[in-house]
Design a binder for this molecule. Structure first.
Ligand code: DP6
Length: 331
């Protein structure tokens, strides 16, 4: 069997109903289902080059070697792919480029593992459909199960212990509801506690954790309804409430997980004020200080200008809802 270098791009996704808590930390099986949108242009380009000369996989992201917990996760994904390729021993050199800053709570691991699964399967000649790619990517990073797909995506938590039914599924493609996305970048330092560690600590110590899991089930239903109606006010209500519930769980974790900076709170207040003034916008925040704001097409310029003026917002990136992971010829 011959193996050939392959490259893939995958988008970051922003969760509207969040994933925070694993019932199985090895297979990355969540307690609750989650829902996200893929963001265009922002993401990871990953090249996988199998080589019989390597004793171990090597990975470099943005010119920095990946080691420790990151390399263990990469190894897990690559082992799965090698098994599907007929248990080959051939390892790979892997190079990734992220177009979003790494480890700032903007889900760069989601795009990185979705791109790795897509390029890895192609490089090892594994014929995998999107569902299979989602299942593989999930084992690198839970939220990567959603970055395989474009547009509006649900990650079904699944019921099985082996995780076969814990997969992403596209609800609607990127053109279904052409909202705009603004990323308000706050603080460019690396975050102290990774999502992987943070959500384990929350599940163990946050007094709100049980209520959070129940809330997600209800929020998922309401979010799907708002998307089906293309009702941005209904979407804002559920998305913001779900985000704040997750951050309440985080803050009540012992020791506390405080991801926000003063500018994070200032963006929250600005978005709420702008919405009260009639602009179509809503905020959400992952495990970091930056804020993602979804807006209607007619509101994007004004909202971008207002949040761009806030002290502590380093810059505002504007983008659309985008497609899913795909191979990149000659990448
Ligand atoms: C706050 O998918 O990065 O962004 O599965 O341990 O890799 P691991 O965690 P990860 O967690 C993402 C958490 C979140 C919410 C979300 O994207 O749903």
């Amino acid at each position: 069997m011959t193996f050939e270098r392959a490259a893939a791009f995958a988008p970051i996704n922003i969760a509207l109903v969040k994933y925070w808590g694993k019932r199985d930390p090895v297979l990355n099986l969540p307690y609750a289902s989650s829902l996200s949108v893929a963001l265009a242009e922002l993401g990871s380009l990953t090249v996988v080059a199998p080589s019989a000369e390597l004793d171990a996989n090597i990975m470099v992201v943005n010119d920095e070697p990946v080691d420790g917990a990151g390399l263990i996760k990469v190894g897990r994904v690559m082992r799965l792919i090698r098994q599907m390729a007929g248990n080959t021993e051939v390892r790979a050199g892997i190079r990734g480029v992220n177009t979003v800053p790494t480890a700032q709570g903007l889900a760069s691991s989601a795009s990185a593992f979705a791109a790795l699964a897509t390029a890895g399967c192609a490089a090892y000649g594994v014929d995998a459909d999107e569902t299979t790619l989602s299942r593989i990517a999930r084992q690198g990073s839970g939220s990567a199960s959603r970055s395989v797909h474009g547009g509006w995506v649900i990650w079904h938590k699944g019921e099985r212990d082996d995780g076969l039914d814990s997969i992403g599924e596209q609800l609607h493609d990127a053109d279904y509801w052409p909202l705009r996305a603004l990323v308000a970048h706050v603080d460019i330092g690396r975050k102290k506690v990774s999502s992987t560690e943070g959500m384990q600590q929350s599940a163990r110590t946050s007094p709100f954790f049980g209520a959070w899991v129940e809330t997600c089930e209800r929020d998922l239903r309401d979010c799907r309804w708002a998307i089906a109606q293309r009702d941005i006010d209904a979407l804002a209500n559920v998305v913001e409430a779900n985000c704040l519930a997750m951050h309440s769980v985080m803050m009540a974790t012992r020791p506390p997980l405080m991801y926000w900076q003063p500018a994070t709170l200032a963006v929250i207040h600005a978005v709420r004020r702008l919405r009260a003034e009639g602009f179509e916008c809503l905020f959400t925040i992952d495990a970091g200080p930056s804020v993602v704001v979804l807006t209607g097409q007619g509101s994007v310029e004004r909202v971008a200008a207002e949040i761009g003026r806030i002290e502590g917002v380093a810059r505002v990136t504007q983008t659309r809802i985008g497609g899913g992971a795909h191979l990149v010829p000659n990448g």
